[in-house]
Design a protein. Structure first.
Length: 362
């Protein structure tokens, strides 16, 4: 019990993103019912397309609203859209932000725009990291629309902290508040790049969620997510060796720790959202016999990263439609064997880096 309480205190944001639904990828907005083994579905082929935003008539923010006219968004500016529900927008090189009236009312304009500016300050650097990580596999990348839904105006928004973000082919929705949106945005943008703007052929489930986690937690610096941690959380992560050389939370290290929590039995009896898009409870059976569709988001990100380190990026990227029963033919060993091997190496890494103390209760 002591170790579980210590873990819960240490990983609040991690479990929010890794054990719950970080973001479901639905190209072109076609919602499909989740299946037990979504990794065996046909690869998704989605042409890159411009986002279908509401009709807007752009103009500078009206001077009769001095509070908004004075909003400081750094190098970006607020524009009037002519849409009642989303009266303002912010254009950046890769994203058009649609500012929701009810979210401004919920958080207060000052708080809303302070949160947005914090994201805008590092957003483009994070996106460029993701684009570089996918070099050789990308086609045209149109600007995509991003909407906040902190007030729960939509059914998905009402899901609260069980749904942090959602990619729907022509737009990204972000939920809860900017601290959570900052954790989710790069994952959702990675869906956009890999499913709509690349030559990759991705089935739903492990491969689409795994590559999004791999890009947003291991390859890219993800400055947006790092900026979301409170000073108290940063101090706690530093205590357990989960910060980088600059003292910032290291998302890869945090995810390794989170994955070990699922593998070690610490999370047994705890519900989580799998990459197969189903709610599950961690059990001993799941630990001993995982499937490609039953693992958690943080396990998927770590395992995907391990596959790339072992077999190389291009080999993995060109075998993303591999079904679970094809692992032995493609990777030389069956899925369960490889997954258990990764888990053992991850545990050894945690022990070597002092992370194991989280689970031992020391």
């Amino acid at each position: 019990m002591k170790s579980k309480l210590r873990l819960c205190a240490l990983l609040p944001m991690l479990l929010l993103c890794g054990a719950m639904l970080l973001g479901c990828a639905v190209p072109n907005g076609n919602v499909t019912e989740p299946t037990e083994h979504p990794q065996e579905s046909e690869p998704i082929e989605t042409p890159c397309e411009s986002a279908a935003a509401p009709e807007i008539s752009v103009s500078p923010v009206p001077t009769q609203d001095p509070n908004l006219a004075a909003v400081d968004l750094g190098e970006y500016r607020l524009e009037a859209s002519g849409v009642d529900d989303f009266p303002y927008l912010v254009r950046t090189p890769h994203i058009v932000w649609h500012i929701a009236a009810d979210d401004m009312e919920l958080l207060g304009k000052e708080t809303y725009f302070a949160g947005l500016r914090k994201v805008l300050e590092v957003q483009e650097a994070d996106i460029e990291d993701a684009i570089e990580a996918l070099s050789g596999y990308l086609s045209e990348i149109p600007v995509i629309d991003v909407y906040t839904d902190f007030s729960g105006r939509t059914p998905k928004g009402k899901a609260g902290k069980t749904l942090l973000g959602y990619y729907m082919g022509n737009r990204i929705d972000l939920y809860v508040d900017f601290s959570v949106a900052s954790m989710a945005l790069l994952h959702e943008y990675a869906h956009y790049l890999t499913l709509s703007c690349s030559t990759l052929r991705l089935p739903t489930g492990f491969w689409s969620e795994g590559i999004a986690e791999y890009l947003s937690r291991f390859v890219c610096k993800n400055r947006m997510a790092r900026a979301a941690f409170s000073p108290e959380e940063v101090e706690l992560y530093a205590k357990y060796g989960m910060t980088d050389a600059d003292g910032n939370p290291d998302l890869g290290r945090i995810y390794r720790c989170g994955a070990e929590s699922f593998r070690s039995g610490t999370m047994n009896g705890t519900s989580y959202y799998s990459v197969g898009q189903t709610n599950r409870e961690m059990t001993q059976e799941q630990q001993e016999h995982p499937t490609l569709g039953s693992i958690s988001y943080c396990e998927a990100g770590c395992f995907f990263n391990w596959l790339v380190e072992r077999y190389g990026r291009d080999f993995v990227f060109t075998h993303l439609k591999c079904r679970q029963d094809e692992f032995a033919d493609v990777f030389g060993e069956d899925f369960e064997t490889l997954f258990i091997e990764w888990a053992a190496e991850n545990r050894a890494w945690c022990e070597e880096n002092g992370v194991q103390t989280v689970f031992s209760g020391q």
